[in-house]
Design a protein around this ligand. Structure first.
Ligand SMILES: [Zn+2]
Length: 441
């Protein structure tokens, strides 16, 4: 049996067509200023080359001034420029956002523009690895005006070239706007865009995403990933990222250590506690490479086992959340309540992390911590399934549950959310000032 769900696809590029088709290959200069051979020759795009480090940044290295401030000037500056040029489908800065009262601090956004004028499309949700299909929408078809800069590793320290050529031979990694942003500075990182990788994690691409989080050098800039079957809608390898100046509930959830096995290097693997979605947290790596090795191997295991998952890269690449999920599968099997389906919320990485984008005013107005828990509890694997999945992952990466730390405790349901309003006012305040000063490039 093939499992499919119907959902309204999110438009991430202005060149994305309703039917995912855009006709046959055109003559040179197709008129769309795209990234294919018709339009690419002679194109230029700023290039930010980051310094490869084989350890986590020390405090000294952190104060080294890069040639351009990666987050404030380059990423947010270029993003602002595209906003001024009217490339977004709506003004995300005008969307209402609030922190939902309660101990978890879920963040709700009312975003009525994101899914307007779109018909639901069928998505196959039971096959995590699917071959790249050049006939469907992919990022080689975006207009070059949607690209912000090239992002590459450099052996010679951090460098910035405002007017670099796009070298088709080397297939650059690029950062582009998401034309349906869910927050300020919402961008896509597309590793080796011209190589046309399908949506699946590999070590080098994951390392690149970690570097992006590290270069931003700001804990409020997060990078996320959705696998196919876990609400990715485009089968062309991409990460998402944006800036939001409040802690995400998942980042505040307590954790307990599950293993520190030698095979994971210095990486500690923990499980999330007191949170509606079960997941693993990786931290304590002595380098981004070490983190990339452990997390990408875990993701590859999930991919090969056909288990949909989401990833949140937090704290400048020092913490990574790995969240296997089963919502789309339940939806396809008719096991999700009509009440939840009616909200049309797609629980991808941001929702799971606690930033919930709502499409209907009534859901926004009635948003409560209990409702957020109810939704996310449907996303989570069951206790039993989570144990099976983590065993698979640990086996794949060659670690054992740590006897010293007792491994996983026996079945324990997450406690219900406690109602506590401590820090709420602070968070409300920081949300009001969440958008940093805009620095033109
Ligand atoms: Zn073209």
């Amino acid at each position: 049996m093939m499992l499919k769900i119907k959902r309204v696809p999110t438009i991430v590029s202005n060149l994305q067509k309703e039917d995912g088709e855009d006709g046959s290959v055109r003559a040179p200069g197709c008129g769309r200023n795209c990234l294919r051979p018709c339009c690419l020759p002679g194109s230029k795009l700023p290039l930010y080359a980051f310094k490869k480090l084989n350890h986590c940044k020390t405090a000294e290295e952190d104060v080294e001034e890069p040639p351009v401030a990666f987050l404030d000037s380059l990423l947010l500056g270029e993003w602002e420029d595209r906003m001024q040029r009217g490339l977004f489908r709506y003004d995300v800065t005008a969307c209402e956002t609030k922190v939902i009262p309660g101990g978890s601090g879920f963040i709700a956004q009312l975003n009525e523009g994101r899914h307007l004028k779109k018909r639901p499309t069928e998505f196959r949700v039971d096959q995590l690895l699917q071959p790249f299909d050049g006939n469907k929408f992919n990022f080689t078809k975006v207009g070059q005006e949607e690209l912000l800069f090239q992002f590459e590793a450099s052996d010679d320290g951090t460098q910035f070239f405002p007017d670099a050529s796009i070298d088709a031979e080397s297939s650059p990694s690029v950062v582009a706007i998401n034309v349906s942003p869910i927050e300020y500075g919402h961008v896509l990182l597309i590793p080796k865009v011209l190589d046309c990788f399908p949506q699946r994690i590999d070590r080098d691409s994951f390392l690149l995403a970690l570097h992006m989080a590290a270069e931003a050098s700001n804990p409020y800039f997060r990078v996320g990933y959705n696998s196919l079957g876990a609400f990715a809608t485009i089968n062309h390898l991409h990460f998402q990222a944006y800036y939001l100046a409040v802690p995400f509930p998942i980042e505040k959830a307590p954790t307990r250590i599950v293993t520190t096995a030698a095979a994971a290097g210095n990486v500690k693997i923990c499980e999330i506690l007191n949170y509606p979605v079960r997941g693993l947290v990786f931290d304590g790596a002595s380098s981004l490479d070490e983190m990339a090795n452990v997390v990408s191997s875990s993701c590859i295991c999930l991919q090969e086992s056909n288990i949909p998952f989401n990833v949140l890269i937090s704290d400048m690449g020092k913490r990574v959340f790995l969240l296997p999920q089963c919502y789309a599968e339940k939806q396809a099997l008719g096991e999700v309540s009509a009440e939840l389906l009616d909200t049309q919320v797609n629980p991808a990485v941001w929702e799971i992390s606690g930033h919930i984008v709502l499409k209907r005013k009534e859901d926004f107005e009635g948003a409560s911590e209990a409702n957020a828990w109810k939704l996310l509890a449907e996303v989570s694997l069951s206790e039993e399934r989570f144990r099976e999945v983590t065993s698979l992952v640990f086996e794949a990466i060659g670690v054992a549950e740590d006897k010293v730390h007792g491994g996983f405790p026996l079945s324990k349901k997450p406690p219900p959310p406690d109602v506590e309003t401590q820090h709420m006012e602070d968070e409300m305040d920081s949300l009001v000032g969440a958008h940093p000063a805009m620095v033109p490039v």
